[in-house]
Ligand binder design. Structure first.
Ligand code: SF4
Ligand code: SF4
Length: 178
């Protein structure tokens, strides 16, 4: 059974939901005192330009109590977990942790995870890679692959290594759903 099956077949777990709500309620109380909307997290966010993620806005909305709306928003899935917001915040806050809490809350309430993420997980489970090596376009708009540039073939995990990776990922997923 894949992680996608596990998450899509999962029923909302009230206990997990309560735990996450507790975290978010804590955040709601803490965030207003510390986040002063300087915007440093958003100005350095790797997902801002292309994916329109604004961690400072997420903090402002969390601060105002719009937890349900944030949890149902697709934008929370665009975070790349680069951790720059955590590094840049002058107030030692971590918008990335707020985003993680929201994603956990979203999954535990039965919402389907974003298809891009589930495709990536499927690919990791079946091949050990986020995606297969792709042909890219050069400056003359011609397709170039690894072989054309003299790069060796991408190393692939053995069946044994793949089985170990699958077991570990499933264990992590099951622990998260507990
Ligand atoms: S960098 Fe910190 S204080 Fe500034 S907006 Fe982001 S979370 Fe708030
Ligand atoms: S961890 Fe997520 S929210 Fe924070 S800067 Fe990186 S992409 Fe943006």
């Amino acid at each position: 059974m894949s992680i996608t099956d596990l998450t899509s077949m999962a029923k909302p777990e009230e206990e997990a939901k309560e735990d996450i709500n507790e975290v978010l309620n804590g955040l709601k109380e803490d965030v207003p005192s510390f986040c002063y909307q300087c915007g440093k997290c958003t100005s350095g966010c790797e997902a801002f330009i292309l994916l329109e993620l604004e961690p400072s806005k997420v903090m402002a909305l969390a601060k105002s109590g719009f937890i349900e709306e944030l949890k149902d928003s697709d934008v929370i899935w665009t975070c790349l977990t680069c951790l720059k917001c955590k590094e840049r915040c002058p107030q030692d806050l971590a918008p990335v942790d707020v985003l993680f809490a929201l994603k956990n809350l979203s999954v535990s309430s039965g919402k389907q995870i974003d298809s891009g993420i589930s495709n990536m997980l499927q690919s990791v489970l079946s091949s050990g890679m986020i995606q297969k090596p792709k042909e890219v376009r050069d400056h003359k708009n011609e397709g170039v692959n690894r072989e054309d540039t003299g790069l060796p073939e991408c190393p692939k995990p053995s069946q044994e290594e793949l089985a170990k990776l699958q077991q570990t990922l499933m264990k992590v997923a099951q622990e998260k759903l507990r």
